[in-house]
Design a protein around this ligand. Structure first.
Ligand code: UDP
Ligand code: MG
Length: 149
């Protein structure tokens, strides 16, 4: 089954949205395989967003990510990368559909509450970066009630 890396950004933590966000992924039927609250250093944030290093918003983005603790998570499930992006909503909250996390809880692109991997390949890299220690091995006993055989 597919895995994705999801991060609640510092604004999501400060605003008390951790439970709400976890709940949305949990209720959907995805499995939480890794979870930690941590503050990251500048060099680590720069590495996570290396693909965006030439963008004008990159310095502000790095400041944002290191401005407070984040919640790093690995979620597993069928098509979880793409579906996770749908649960999160469009990058710009003004374009995010109500019912999505950014559509419901964010106003500004530079305060958009949450990160989600954009492909299976990015997910693999991001999980390796954020969880070098590895993740949990478990499957819910409700599995057959969520997934067809
Ligand atoms: N971002 C920004 N200004 C922009 C575009 C992006 O501040 O014009 C920030 C925003 O927080 C976004 C992050 O940079 O979530 C990463 O950008 P990306 O295009 O990868 O969007 P995402 O994958 O998070 O939807
Ligand atoms: Mg992205």
């Amino acid at each position: 089954m597919e895995q994705t890396f999801i991060m609640i950004k510092p604004d999501g933590v400060q605003r008390g949205l951790i439970g709400e966000i976890i709940s949305r992924f949990e209720k959907k039927g995805f499995y939480l395989k890794g979870l930690k609250l941590m503050s990251v250093e500048r060099s680590f944030a720069e590495k996570h967003y290396a693909d965006l290093s030439s963008k004008p918003f990159f310095p502000g983005l790095v400041e944002y990510i290191i401005s407070g603790p984040v919640v790093a998570m690995v979620w597993e499930g069928k098509d979880v990368v793409l579906t996770g992006r749908k649960i999160i909503g469009a990058t710009k909250p003004s374009e995010a559909t109500p019912g999505t996390i950014r559509g419901d809880f964010a106003v500004e692109v530079g305060r958009n509450v949450i990160h989600g991997s954009d492909s299976v390949e990015s997910a693999r890299k991001e999980i390796a970066l954020w969880f070098p220690e590895g993740i949990a091995e478990w499957r819910s006993n409700l599995h057959p009630w969520i997934y067809e055989a």
